[in-house]
Design a protein around this ligand. Structure first.
Ligand SMILES: O=P(O)(O)OC[C@H]1O[C@H](O[C@H]2O[C@H](CO)[C@@H](O)[C@H](O)[C@H]2O)[C@H](O)[C@@H](O)[C@@H]1O
Ligand SMILES: O=c1ccn([C@@H]2O[C@H](COP(=O)(O)OP(=O)(O)O)[C@@H](O)[C@H]2O)c(=O)[nH]1
Length: 461
């Protein structure tokens, strides 16, 4: 069996400590079962260039990391990755920075990372590169002589051609992507949009799951990411998770609890969600004193200006809602701007009657899956889910909403609040069945298995 080498900008902890963000959570679970190497940024920012690779092994998985310099962190991570590609791929052209300096830094960091990884590779390794930070990474490995099988997975949406082509370097990035042998997306919609670009902009050809363009052929498929639903359910039912949940329970006096959990990101639709909650309070006075909304939103990418604005906007909105509706013994909205461990989250999800997941655009959204997995099968809560989350395709038994439709979302919350037990159970069972069938193990096995088989086919040809 070939060794798996995962490469991602963010390398998660091997000891299960948390860092908000679905990619790190999912990869940690996948690598633990495959005992591989995980390469990427250490999370440390240093003044001077530090090419040294630090290695640390635990539970059969080796973590190999490099630091970023302050300039790289500003221009590659905050700049090209998170002020250009992130907003653009999430359809926020209004927030997209097209600064050429950011792109140059992005190229340099990708090249530096590729050169740092090469000496660690073994001939029969399978290399699996993750996400928009590393689109040209595979091409740079190939330039440096790498002949191993290379796979790439995009965790965020792939945009429509008209949006992707606003990037001045769209052609170079698409060409670089073709250096991989396998490209995975979260949904069939993402696959179709990428295919449309390659066929119509790059003069490519399609044959089943393969695309040929720029003199190379790649396999392109959807691999929707999952969670370890059974393990998450056990965690949610554990005494430890229960202890934290009990504190919240005491604080809300058996009111109907609504929960939202997101990195503080404009793609997650948190202000729109606050507005919908406010509309619920305005339109349905019977909710007063009877419900409570807990929003957990740890700061993310806190140096990018748009994220700073968002933080201020949420503080103002939360203050406004509480100022207007709170009573001496009732706080309608609790907003926590700190990260909570996944174990704590599991307990909080379980005691919340409504999971409120309304991104404006999201690659997948693992919070929606965690919320369902954490429920008590005998008295489950209801998931209210945005039609713009990648997870919606796999979770049709949720209550599906349009996050821009403030009154419609408020109406749906009211419906969720009054949903009879039998309907809650039926929806939960259907959702849970899908989560177990499409868990994180299946995601990584399907991707790596496909990459492995492509390799075998290439050897036979
Ligand atoms: O590394 P950060 O800048 O702190 O951001 C955290 C991660 O956010 C994004 O997550 C995406 O991947 C999830 C798992 O596939 C998916 O459910 C979610 O919809 C995506 O937004 C980002 O793509 C990751 O690279 C970041 O590590
Ligand atoms: O305070 C927090 C907030 C979020 N998360 C985790 O961060 C991940 C978020 O993943 P998702 O796919 O929903 O979105 P992303 O942040 O990756 O865009 C989930 O596993 C959450 O449990 C966490 O551990 N603590």
């Amino acid at each position: 069996m070939s060794r798996l080498v995962a490469v991602s900008n963010r390398v998660g902890s091997l000891r299960g400590a948390t860092r908000a963000g679905g990619l790190a959570v999912a990869l940690a679970e996948a690598l633990q079962t495959r005992r591989g190497l995980w390469f990427g940024w250490s999370g440390e920012v240093v003044e001077q260039s530090a090419d040294q690779v630090r290695r640390q092994t635990a539970g059969g998985v080796t973590r190999a990391t490099v630091d970023l310099t302050t300039v790289e962190h500003d221009d590659y991570y905050n700049g090209f990755a998170n002020a250009c590609l992130w907003p653009l791929f999430h359809y926020r052209l209004d927030l997209t920075s097209f600064d050429r300096r950011f792109y140059d830094s992005y190229q340099r960091v990708n090249r530096r990372f590729a050169h740092a990884l090469i000496p660690l590779l073994r001939d029969d390794d399978l290399v699996w590169v993750h996400d928009y930070h590393l689109l040209p990474f595979g091409d740079m490995l190939r330039d440096a002589g790498c002949e191993q099988k290379l796979g790439f997975f995009l965790h965020i949406p792939f945009p429509v051609r008209e949006v992707f082509t606003t990037l001045p370097m769209h052609d170079r990035l698409a060409r670089a992507l073709m250096a991989y042998d396998l490209i995975g997306f979260q949904t069939d919609g993402d696959v179709q949009r990428f295919r449309d670009y390659v066929l119509r902009e790059a003069g490519g050809r399609r044959d089943g799951d393969t695309l040929t363009a720029y003199g190379r052929t790649v396999t392109v498929k959807a691999f929707p990411i999952g969670i370890d639903a059974e393990q998450f359910a056990e965690m949610a039912a554990s005494d430890e998770a229960g202890r934290d949940a009990a504190r919240l329970k005491a604080a809300i006096f058996n009111r109907v609890q609504i929960i939202g959990v997101d990195r503080l990101d404009y793609t997650k639709g948190i202000p729109e969600r606050f507005h919908a909650y406010q509309t619920l309070l305005e339109n349905y006075p019977d909710t007063h004193g009877q419900i409570s909304f807990l929003q957990i939103a740890p700061t993310s990418r806190g140096e990018v200006p748009e994220y700073i604005h968002l933080r201020h906007e949420l503080e103002t909105l939360a203050g406004h809602i509480n100022g207007r509706f709170a009573q001496l013994d009732w706080t309608p909205l609790r907003y926590i701007n700190r990260a909570i461990t996944r174990r704590q989250l599991a307990g909080l999800y379980r005691m919340s009657r409504i999971g409120f997941v309304t991104p404006l655009r999201d690659g997948m959204n693992l919070v929606a899956k965690e919320y369902v997995a954490a429920q008590d099968p005998d008295d489950p809560g209801v998931l209210v889910l945005s039609r713009f989350a990648g997870s919606v395709k796999q979770m049709p038994a949720a209550l599906i909403v349009n996050p821009y439709d403030t009154a419609g979302v408020a109406e749906t919350l009211q419906k969720a609040r009054h949903m009879p037990l039998a309907e809650r159970c039926a929806r939960y069972q259907e959702l849970m069945k899908g989560l177990i069938e499409n868990n994180v193990g299946k995601w990584s096995d399907d991707f790596v298995g496909t990459l492995e088989r492509l390799g075998a086919e290439m050897a036979l040809a």
